[in-house]
Design a protein around this ligand. Structure first.
Ligand SMILES: NC(=O)c1ccc[n+]([C@@H]2O[C@H](COP(=O)([O-])OP(=O)(O)OC[C@H]3O[C@@H](n4cnc5c(N)ncnc54)[C@H](O)[C@@H]3O)[C@@H](O)[C@H]2O)c1
Length: 442
């Protein structure tokens, strides 16, 4: 098929490459000329594992332009532009509407069948209330005749976007009518490698399903973190042991049930908040989403309490992990950045390191902390080291080599990454999610 992907960011660029890799002719479109230039040169416009390989191997079916109206030449256009949260936590459609205005102009000059697919996260009700009227007005065509409208979000995690697109748990399609949904199902059926179930439904049901999925997952994470908090205060308790057994109950399941730190990134916190805002706006009960968020926000204080119990005036604290999760350089709403900011604000000497996100983290922290060149360097320089992102390489931290000249050294292992036998007489290892003993005097 001929597909236009509008928005070549963290999701759009991988989607364009994935579609092209399966034999589709893909036109990537972005208002950012740099993203367009890079793609036309055969270079990935964003960092994502495996993306460069796909771009390189699909060059003959992948091109890019800044001309939004050119999307009308394709069979389908898929919109993956930002939908930033407003001050209440609702998603704004301003970028989508701006893109639709230009795309509509292109569509107004043609009359062959075209499907517009919104894949950005939107407030439930947006497609019917705002997007369909905007598309019809800009294109001077009616949805349902020669124009289809679908809502089909991606369920991906940064760092595994390509695999998640090729092997989704399900494909969710909200459709204005059967013909539009048929076209989109045909496209994705030719792309997915795992024969996933397709769920086709009205536009509003698909919009609600998207944020309901993430809200449920965040609820599970906050639940596990609330358990971890209790385990830290309960003699002999260990969250890992409890969640391992809990997850075996098929009504619960083990995914995302791991006591650790706050969830972050560009999706979970926003989707959960938007779910709460929607409930409030509808006059429905927002408690579940709001409690999930409140538990999440409280995680920085939970961690800071433990860290500060080990710090003394003038102590140097090192934070290992600024990305909101491993395998990405994205630091948005990350637990490591939040902790670094809080401790720097409290006057501690803070240094940071992340295998992929030291630069991004330093930018976000605005000069309040110092960067280190490696985890080993940070460990050597810090009285208290906190492992905030579960990068697998942190399990090999050279604890045995720590030499602090008699000063107290503590490693706070928030994800219980360090092997149990890893110790050194001079380093205290505090594993979060297990009973935390009072700090002993040095
Ligand atoms: N990043 C994630 O993990 C994730 C996961 C699920 C859903 N989403 C949703 O997907 C959407 C896109 O997210 P993203 O992370 O890829 O965003 P992004 O900011 O990485 O990329 C968006 C791209 O859209 C371009 N753009 C902006 N306005 C445009 C316009 N009018 N026409 C053409 N291009 C335009 C920008 O230049 C940018 O390259 C958002 O709604 C987001 O909530 C993101």
């Amino acid at each position: 098929m001929h597909v236009a992907v509008v928005g070549l960011g963290k999701l759009g660029a991988p989607l364009a490459a994935v579609l092209a890799s399966k034999g589709n002719h893909v036109l990537g479109i972005d208002i950012n000329p740099e993203a367009v230039r890079l793609l036309n040169e055969g270079r990935a416009p964003v960092e994502e594992p495996g993306l460069q390989d796909l771009v390189s191997s699909s060059r003959d079916r992948l091109s890019a332009t800044t001309d939004l109206a050119a999307a009308a030449d394709a069979d389908l256009s898929i919109l993956l532009v930002p939908t930033p949260s407003d001050e209440r936590g609702a998603f704004s459609n301003e970028y989508l509407l701006a893109a639709l205005e230009k795309l509509g102009q292109g569509l107004s000059a043609r009359d062959d069948y075209h499907v517009v697919v919104v894949a950005s996260t939107v407030m439930p009700g947006s497609c019917d209330a705002e997007i369909r009227p905007a598309l019809e007005s800009a294109s001077d065509r009616r949805v349902g005749d020669t124009l289809g409208l679908c809502y089909s979000p991606e369920f991906i995690a940064l760092g595994s976007v390509i695999r998640d697109m090729l092997e989704p748990d399900m494909v969710l399609i909200g459709e204005s009518d059967t013909r539009a949904g048929d076209v989109l199902e045909r496209l994705y059926a030719g792309v997915c490698e795992n024969d996933p179930p397709f769920r086709r439904m009205s536009l509003v049901n698909a919009e609600l399903t998207k944020i309901a999925v993430n809200t449920y997952v965040t609820m599970k994470i906050s639940y596990a973190n609330a358990l971890a908090d209790m385990c830290e205060r309960l003699q002999g308790a260990d969250v890992e042991v409890v969640t391992d057994a809990l997850g075996l109950d098929t009504r619960i399941g083990s995914k995302y049930l791991r006591g650790g730190l706050a969830y972050g990134g560009p999706c979970f916190p926003r989707d959960n908040k938007a779910f709460g805002v929607l409930a409030r706006d509808l006059g429905a009960e927002p408690l579940l989403a709001e409690a999930t968020d409140a538990v999440n926000v409280s995680q920085t204080d939970r961690l800071a309490r433990v860290v500060q119990s080990r710090l003394e005036p003038g102590s140097a604290v090192g934070i290992l992990g600024l990305a909101y999760k491993p395998d990405t350089a994205v630091v948005e709403e990350s637990a490591g950045v939040a902790l670094a900011a809080q401790l720097a604000n409290a006057g501690y000497d803070v240094r940071v390191y992340d295998p992929a996100a030291t630069e991004a983290g330093l930018r976000a922290l605005g000069g309040a902390v110092r960067g280190c060149a490696s985890a080993a360097e940070l460990l050597q320089q810090s009285d208290v080291t906190v492992i905030t992102t579960p990068w697998p390489e942190f399990a090999d931290l050279p604890i045995d080599a720590v030499e602090r000249g008699g000063r107290r050294a503590v490693v706070i292992d928030c994800w219980r990454l360090l092997p149990e036998d890893r110790s050194n007489g001079t380093v205290e290892i505090v594993r979060l999610g297990r009973t935390i003993e009072e700090a002993s005097p040095v």
